[in-house]
Ligand binder design. Structure first.
Ligand code: NCD
Length: 318
């Protein structure tokens, strides 16, 4: 390694690496810190917030639009640079049979922070075990997606003015949807959260998340009819049925289109509430809803950049 790279790395080899593998790496003070930091970055980084000379590697084994582009835009806006495997399964040495661990060890030698998306639950933990730079989980199969949840919280705070004491409905494929799983866990750290979990019985929220909600005393109820569930919500969080997690296309087809948010459903949602979706949508929000001022999903996606700027800054310099 060159002297320059050694010097660039020196400041963050002195403290424990700041991995963001999932909600367990966060607590409420850190969440609040990251959201404040994100807000302070809305007009670009102040001189002390820049990451000039730092290199981000994005390693994506699953498709992505928002997450990868917004991480890369975030690093570029902070003055850093990006190396990327946008289709790591086909385009990296994984195609020759290299293990995830070896790939991570190698790329960690080229970059200052890694952002990983991989189909296996626990892949970010495995990566963090062998990387000597911070690892940020950008989605591990049906596991977790912590930076999506941070940007979801940022959006809620920006749109509604607060995070606490809100009634939030999580809708769709709660079994396989890592965004809903991570968001439930982050919201469980926020005082006064009440959750309505709307899914078909076969796609209900995992017991691991329900156990965490129970332990933290978060009131929740599980229902399978959307129309009855929206009348007293502050946030309606719609998600996609996760086609890629089903064993057969028939199993997916049984659930496709089970919940669609359309103008009629929006008439039941309170005026002050917002409609969110991590995107991509594939039919579960009627485009006729887009012009409703409560439709926050495109604003939500945009918030990904400042939240990922904050996350990169925390991981590397904060
Ligand atoms: C989500 C994901 O990859 O989990 N997309 C995203 O990051 N915004 C949601 C999804 O794919 O359904």
């Amino acid at each position: 390694m060159s002297d320059t790279l050694t010097a660039l790395r020196a400041p963050h080899t002195r403290r424990p690496l700041r991995h963001l593998r999932g909600p367990a790496d966060l607590d409420l003070p850190l969440i609040e810190h990251l959201l404040r930091l994100a807000s302070s970055l809305e007009n670009g980084p102040a001189p002390g917030q820049r990451l000039d000379g730092r290199v981000l590697a994005t390693i994506f084994y699953e498709p992505s639009t928002r997450t990868r582009f917004s991480f890369e835009a975030a690093m570029l806006r902070l003055g850093g640079q990006v190396i990327s495997a946008e289709n790591a399964k086909a385009a990296s040495s994984v195609a020759k049979g290299e293990s995830l661990e070896d790939t991570i060890r190698i790329v960690a030698g080229f970059a200052d922070v890694l952002v990983l998306r991989h189909p296996d639950v626990g892949s970010a933990d495995r990566a963090a075990q062998v990387a000597d730079v911070p690892v940020i989980n950008a989605g591990d199969g049906a596991g977790q997606h912590p930076t999506q949840s941070l940007l979801d919280l940022y959006t809620i705070q920006k749109e509604l003015g607060r995070l606490d004491h809100l009634r939030i409905g999580l809708v769709g494929d709660l079994r396989h949807g890592r965004t809903a799983r991570s968001l439930a866990l982050l919201l469980s750290m926020v005082p006064g959260t009440e959750l309505t979990l709307v899914s078909p019985p076969a796609l209900s929220m995992g017991d691991d998340v329900l156990a965490a909600l129970a332990t933290r005393g978060v009131p929740y109820h599980e229902v399978d009819r959307l129309a009855d569930a929206v009348g007293d919500l502050d946030v309606l969080y719609q998600t996609r049925i996760q086609a890629e997690r089903f064993q057969t296309s028939e199993a997916y087809e049984r659930h496709r289109g089970v919940y669609v948010v359309d103008p009629a459903l929006m008439r039941r949602l309170p005026d002050h509430a917002i409609l969110m979706h991590p995107l991509p949508r594939v039919g579960e929000i009627d485009p006729a809803v887009d012009s409703d001022p409560r439709a926050a999903y495109f604003r939500q996606a945009r918030n990904g950049v400042v939240v990922r700027m904050a996350t990169l800054h925390w991981a590397l310099a904060g």
